[in-house]
Design a protein around this ligand. Structure first.
Ligand code: D54
Ligand code: ZN
Length: 281
């Protein structure tokens, strides 16, 4: 088992103006999230979100972070969102075990001391995509089955962006300190997410692209200010950090899904600043 947590610093729009492709990738892309037996996390200074993959194989895995965060245990001052994108598994929170089949989610409130991740079958491991944000209050733990997610159909075939947004952690459904999280599925033949694009200076966001329709699929993720966009070419099961000032949209060579997670000033999902096409450069 290996544990790693890499640091991702914050940037201003000015910083990235002259970045090479390699620098942009180095600074914003996370290439490896899931590896059997490993916990691979990233700590971004954008709102201090921690995100990454927990892939238990033979042995159960627990995220142990105390010295790094200057606390007694990982969730002492944090909340946690989880979506399993792999095989069947389970989560045991302070002794309470819950099954976690593919696409099941979980919200774990501040103060949970032990969160143990397990796979039912090491040959087809669960892949827990996890996101944690600073918290100030304990809200109840909540299993978030896929079937209970708030499904919002969006887009249409003409605009190549027909998709369903499944909101798992949403302020209209439940209380969290900051975290909002969900899963968006593009339909076959649709390959654009969130185009026209938007920004929301009030919230940062991370995106994890996965479920590529074909192995050769790549998603061109766009970031930057509307007037100076950059792209990051992404492979399956990779993540990208989106600073508050950045647009965030993608186009794939086939359809795909992604998990988004947000935090910051408010929890108002619709608080977005629409970017009109004439602003995009
Ligand atoms: O602010 C919202 C986030 O960017 C995502 O929820 C958008 C998204 O999933 C979509 O449009 O499909
Ligand atoms: Zn957004």
């Amino acid at each position: 088992m290996s544990f790693s947590m890499q640091t991702n610093y914050s940037h201003s729009p000015e910083d990235i103006r002259h970045y090479s492709t390699e620098q942009t990738r180095e600074q914003f892309l996370v290439e490896k999230l899931f590896n059997a037996g490993d916990i691979l996390l990233t700590y971004t200074y954008n709102d201090r979100m921690i995100f990454g993959g927990v892939t238990p194989a033979e042995a159960p895995l627990e995220i142990k972070l105390d010295k790094d965060l200057g606390v007694d245990y990982f969730l002492q001052r944090r909340e946690l969102g989880v979506i399993n994108i792999g095989g069947n598994g389970s989560m045991t929170i302070d002794g309470d075990k819950e099954a976690m089949v593919q696409h099941d989610g979980y919200y774990v409130g501040m103060g949970a001391k032990h969160v143990v991740f397990e796979s039912d079958d090491a040959a087809n491991p669960a892949k827990f995509y996890i996101v944690s944000t600073p918290a100030h209050k304990t809200y109840p733990n909540k299993k978030l089955p896929f079937a209970n997610a708030l499904a919002k159909p969006m887009g249409d075939q003409t605009h190549m962006n027909k998709r369903t947004i499944y909101k798992y952690i949403d302020a209209s459904q439940m209380d969290t300190c900051q975290l909002q999280m969900g899963y968006t599925v593009l339909e076959p033949g649709s390959s654009w997410n969130t185009m026209p694009a938007h920004t929301h200076a009030r919230r940062m966001e991370t995106y994890m692209y996965f479920e590529f329709a074909e192995p050769e699929t790549r998603v061109f993720h766009y970031m930057g200010t509307p007037g100076e966009s950059k792209h990051v070419v992404m492979d399956n099961e990779q993540a990208v950090v989106n600073p508050s000032w950045s647009i965030h949209c993608g186009v794939g060579t086939t359809n795909y899904s992604f998990i988004w997670a947000m935090c910051g000033e408010n929890q108002t999902y619709d608080d977005m600043d629409a970017v009109t096409m004439d602003q995009m450069k």
